[in-house]
Design a protein around this ligand. Sequence first.
Ligand code: S3P
Length: 172
Amino acid sequence: MDRRIVIVGFMGCGKTTVAEALARQFGCQAIDLDSFITERAGRSPAEIIREDGEPAFRAIETAALRDVLQAKKARVIALGGGAWTIEANRSMVAEHDCLSIWLDAPFELCWERIEVDKAVRPLAPGRERAFQLYEARRATYELTDLRVAVSASHIAEELANEIVQREVGADA
Ligand code: S3P
């Protein structure tokens, strides 16, 4: 099976590391959409959001996702936490027949990781705001093809293994 995989989930759920672990298992390339945006724009998503605002960032993000999907260079694509909440992005992922996977991590785990590196996530400046976003986004994360429950004891390789096992079933 060679269907491409899009990893989604809240900030701090481990999208990038799981995408990399999956790519190692497949022997293929992974792309992190935020890193792709940073290379292309010469500014990180956090810098773009702070300097130009969230709507400007979302437009850049959608254009970047379109290009990554069209280029077909990477089999595994890790999105930023808000990308999946945009309907146009979900439609593009579906049009490209990618398998979408939600890393469903408990809020406390995400927050622990967000808190240590707050400057990187301007949309979650405090615990309360982060929790509101976490709750508000769950309904759209539910729209993915597969939900993978993440806990603090999971390492990325274990989650990648689980995805490989379940992906075979999902694709059958
Ligand atoms: C965002 C998540 C970030 C980054 C940007 C916006 C969000 O990515 O794309 O700060 O809206 O949840 P991570 O999920 O990798 O932190």
